[in-house]
Ligand binder design. Structure first.
Ligand code: ADP
Ligand code: ZN
Ligand code: MG
Length: 487
């Protein structure tokens, strides 16, 4: 046998995100997800005969923002199609989606390859579509077969989705996860989607095939049903291993759809064949025409993206790149930091406070920056006082913790902790030194008679002064004040 066979994974991903709008895509029903089952429904999203869809313009706007965040280009003309199939979660028998001429064309997302170099993953397109209802089965594992009863909740039916389809440009599970995480961060920045995995607002399908060094290229397998980054990573890794084994035995990888079983950590062939594949143009919706002025208006709403923000922090404020990445991971956190700087805090110092102290509290309390109790102007004031040495770094952190704990004002915290700003020096320190000397005449005598050769007694007095001032005097100044008082 000539050399060992090597395999290169070829991976493409389809991601669904829920677009952030108040109402559904083709009717006025609320998109609130906390509602009781089957309360946010109407004839349109139920697909009752005779009902007509009307496109929600906010969905178009959010879809465009999501696409622009992925460097896609808006199309002035796009079309809606019917994807017909029968399933209890789809009462009208077809899903309205886009096929040819989707709203946003060709973009890209940058990820790091195995050598740490930046690589562009092409986005084929983004299209908007409606979600379907959700099924709940009474079997504990959610199986349809064997369940005594199945329930359908149509609240989700007609929820606005964007589907983002990548080109098969990824070569590892790690690249796929970074692609998905970057996509999430960017659509969140754009305000297009909350993309919250735990709330089903972001879902992944991965297409995986293997290229073999002997020239063979296995069929691609579509893996469905991943709803966490961890599941996406594990499912791709599992599929790579499974396909490799087949190809090593000269077998054929079947072109099929498989389901990720998160509990068992395996993919399984899904028996359900896909019957739909038949798209017809939606006769109840005209082509979507977007005038250039409207495109320009939406483009103007695009906020600064995380990588642009990070680059600006580095360039304008000398913030280390890795710190800039942490600060810009979440838009609200980045805005908090920027508000601190706008309120007068030195950028590098403010960055350190936010990165260490603020993030520590967010982690400890499992809260987001929106629920953080210290306002950015107040943190800026604290940072300034530490910078001006009115507070020592240790005192600053005590004040910070106290404010978080008690949810109180800065001056209140300083007072409650018994801190004298600027430390104790000058006359106050001289007075304390005098009092300590008077209370310890024997020690003073020993020092004056030259017996304190090792300076131990002197250290002892310094300690007493520090204790008396509750650590608020600077050691250097205490030593000087003592030396002066002792002549
Ligand atoms: P379909 O018609 O099955 O939806 P698409 O062309 O829309 O096929 O591609 C679906 C997904 O499959 C895309 O994300 C694409 O990148 C990916 N894909 C296409 N070819 C391959 C391949 N050979 N290996 C892995 N993924 C692929
Ligand atoms: Zn409705
Ligand atoms: Mg497709």
């Amino acid at each position: 046998m000539a050399g060992e066979l090597t395999f290169t994974p070829v991976i493409g991903i389809e991601i669904h995100i829920r677009l952030k709008t108040a109402t559904k895509i083709f009717c006025g029903c609320s998109t609130n997800t906390d509602a009781a089952p089957n309360t946010n429904i109407c004839p349109v999203c139920m697909g009752l005969p005779g009902s007509l869809p009307r496109l929600n313009i906010a969905v178009v706007q959010k879809g465009m923002l999501a696409g622009m965040a992925l460097h896609c280009t808006p199309r002035q003309k796009s079309l809606f199609y019917r994807k017909s199939y029968f399933y209890p979660d789809l009462p009208k028998g077809h899903q309205i989606t886009q096929s040819d001429l989707p709203i946003m064309a060709e973009g890209y997302i940058e990820v790091h390859d195995s050598e740490g170099k930046l690589k562009k993953i092409r986005v084929n397109h983004l299209h908007v579509e409606e979600d379907v209802g959700s099924l709940r089965h009474s079997a504990a594992d959610g199986r349809l077969e064997g369940a005594a009863t199945s329930f359908v909740d149509y609240n989700r039916s007609g929820m606005p989705l964007a589907e983002i389809v990548s080109e098969p440009d990824m070569a590892s599970a790690q690249e796929a996860v970074e692609y998905a995480m970057t996509l999430q961060r960017r659509v969140r920045y754009a305000g297009a989607s909350e993309a919250d995995l735990d709330r089903g607002m972001m879902r992944f399908d991965a297409n995986v095939s293997l290229k073999c060094s002997d020239g063979r290229w296995g069929n691609r397998v579509e893996v469905k049903n991943m709803n966490s980054f961890h599941a996406l990573e594990k499912a791709i890794e599992y599929e790579i291993k499974r396909q490799k084994k087949i190809l090593l035995q000269n077998g054929e990888v079947l072109r099929e759809t498989r389901h990720w079983n998160d509990a068992r950590g395996v993919t399984t062939a899904s028996r359900a064949k896909e019957f739909y594949r038949k798209f017809i143009v939606e006769p109840d919706l005209p082509p979507l025409m977007i005038p250039q002025e409207w495109i320009d208006k939406v483009a103007a709403q695009m906020p600064e993206m995380p990588d642009e923000k990070a680059a600006r922090y580095v360039k304008d404020w000398n913030i280390p790149p890795e710190v800039a990445d942490v600060l810009t991971d979440d838009r609200a956190l980045a805005e908090y930091f920027e508000a601190c700087v706008a309120a007068g805090a030195a950028p590098v110092r403010a960055a350190n406070w936010v990165r260490t102290e603020v993030l520590r509290i967010l982690n400890e309390r499992q809260i987001t920056i929106g629920d953080f109790p210290i306002r950015p102007e107040v943190l800026a004031e604290l940072v300034k006082r530490v910078d001006e040495r009115r507070l020592s770094t240790t005192q600053g952190k005590e004040v910070f913790d106290h404010m978080v704990e008690k949810n109180c004002a800065l001056d209140e915290a300083v007072k409650a902790l018994g801190i004298t700003e600027g430390g104790i020096g000058g006359d106050a320190l001289a007075g304390t030194v005098q009092a300590i000397l008077q209370a310890n005449p024997d020690v003073v005598e020993e020092i004056k008679s030259g017996k304190d050769t090792k300076g131990k007694k002197m250290k002892f007095l310094q300690g007493l002064v520090m204790k008396e001032t509750k650590g608020q005097a600077r050691p250097q100044e205490v030593a000087e004040a003592l030396a002066k008082a002792l002549g």
